[in-house]
Design a protein around this ligand. Structure first.
Ligand code: A3P
Length: 291
């Protein structure tokens, strides 16, 4: 049976936990506090990784909070009813998560001092990760084939819309002091350095031991072991982990094991067109990482 997505402002959202009312509330009525910290991503770009990093930083590197509560409670998805309720209960500073494109993001943010950490990733790796995730996440349509999914991704006909629109939309705010752009590739290359940069951005300076604790507790292996972030606690009706693993490979460049030469050329052509004006600034355009 075809999945009945929720449609809001030109974007389709997975059903079940998103509603037009909640999305409209998030955009127009959500009260943003000056000390709120938003973790914003396009899906499969490192959302859960960043939740772990930020919530550990906010707790001075002490992993006990991260290990005592699901990440969706520590950093609620405020576009859902449950997440909204959890957001109201959080002590400040609140860590809040969403995949919202800029045109649906809470209006109140733009006149606040709240901060956004926007994590982005090589779109080819996003696509591969999203393809596998769509097979196991029940509210998402099961991809017909990898090639079909690639076509849908490139045309923006996937939940949360076009990667290109999401990234170019948010990049328009680059340079504002309350926004920090971090790439998945930088996280892989220098996690310690990025944690330091995040601490500075948040005004939460940690000593070397605390930063080391953040780094150790957010390694791929540590997160795979941590039931509070590896999604194994989620009900099977939501995520069927017999069909895959949420923390799947955690590497850069996995697209190379999925794309044919023709698919890669096709992807590059669309990328060149859509990213006109922003080319040459992203790590995946000038490095080739295999880690
Ligand atoms: P893969 O499917 O390529 O393995 P999101 O949280 O936005 O849904 O992103 C999920 C992707 O981030 C998955 O990518 C997952 O493995 C990866 N990821 C999560 N935590 C990670 C970590 N600590 N190190 C490296 N990759 C991580």
């Amino acid at each position: 049976m075809a999945v009945q997505y929720v449609h809001y402002k030109g974007i389709k959202f997975p059903p079940g936990y998103n509603s037009v009312e909640n999305l409209c509330f998030a955009e127009n009525e959500f009260e943003v506090r000056d000390d709120d910290i938003f973790n914003v991503t396009y899906p499969k770009s490192g959302t859960v990784w960043m939740i772990e990093i930020l919530s550990l930083i906010l707790n001075g590197g002490n992993p006990s909070w991260n290990q005592s509560m699901l990440n969706s409670c520590r950093a609620p998805w405020f576009t859902t009813q449950l997440g909204l309720e959890a957001a109201h209960l959080l002590p400040p500073p609140r860590l809040l998560t969403c995949h919202l494109p800029i045109h649906i993001f809470p209006k109140a943010f733009f006149s606040s001092k709240a901060k956004v950490v926007y994590t982005l990733r090589d779109p080819r790796d996003v696509l591969v990760s999203y393809y596998h995730f769509s097979k196991m996440c029940v509210p998402f349509e099961n991809p017909k084939s990898f090639n079909h999914f690639l076509e849908s991704f490139l045309s923006g006909d996937v939940p949360f819309g076009s990667w290109f629109d999401h990234v170019t939309g948010w990049m328009k705010l680059k340079g504002k002091s309350n926004l920090l752009f971090i790439s998945y590739e930088e996280l892989k290359q220098d996690l310690f350095g990025i944690v330091e940069r995040l601490c500075h951005f948040l005004g939460k300076e940690l000593d070397e031991a605390a930063i080391t604790s953040v780094v150790e507790n957010t390694s791929f292996e540590a997160m795979r072991r941590n039931d509070m972030c590896n999604s194994t606690m989620l009900p099977k009706e939501f995520m069927d982990q017999e069909k895959g693993t949420f923390l799947r490979k955690g590497i850069c460049g996995d697209w190379k094991t999925h794309f044919t030469v023709a698919q890669s050329e096709y992807f590059d052509k669309v990328y060149q067109e859509k990213m006109e004006g922003l080319k040459g600034i992203f790590p995946w355009e000038y490095t080739r990482q295999e880690n």
